[in-house]
Ligand binder design. Structure first.
Ligand SMILES: [Ca+2]
Ligand SMILES: [Ca+2]
Length: 102
């Protein structure tokens, strides 16, 4: 199973840092994630629904994302299973790495 992470993908793309584990790098990641989160949260209710995630991925220009990959992503991030990714859930994703795929 492949886990897709638009947050982490976007963060990685815009914040190349020499030491990804430093405090400063972590701070930058969190800041980049906040921006990403706000961009994906189209109706600004503090949660990213599956629909918003799909729209965000599409508008990010990420192609070839399947429905199954979005399902896996939502499942991975949506800790409390309310079918939406809350801000704290997205922040948690930074501290708990997304499983690597082959
Ligand atoms: Ca929303
Ligand atoms: Ca949730």
């Amino acid at each position: 199973m492949k886990y897709l992470s638009p947050f982490v993908l976007g963060v990685a793309a815009c914040t190349p840092v020499p030491d990804p584990h430093s405090e400063a790098a972590h701070g930058r990641k969190v800041m980049a994630l906040q921006e990403k989160f706000d961009r994906f949260d189209y109706n600004a209710d503090g949660k990213i629904t599956r629909k918003e995630a799909e729209q965000g991925i599409r508008e990010s220009g990420v192609s070839g994302v399947t429905k199954e990959e979005i399902d896996a992503m939502m499942e991975h991030y949506d800790v409390d299973k309310d079918d939406a990714i809350s801000r704290w859930e997205s922040q948690r994703a930074i501290d708990i790495p997304v499983p690597e795929h082959d």
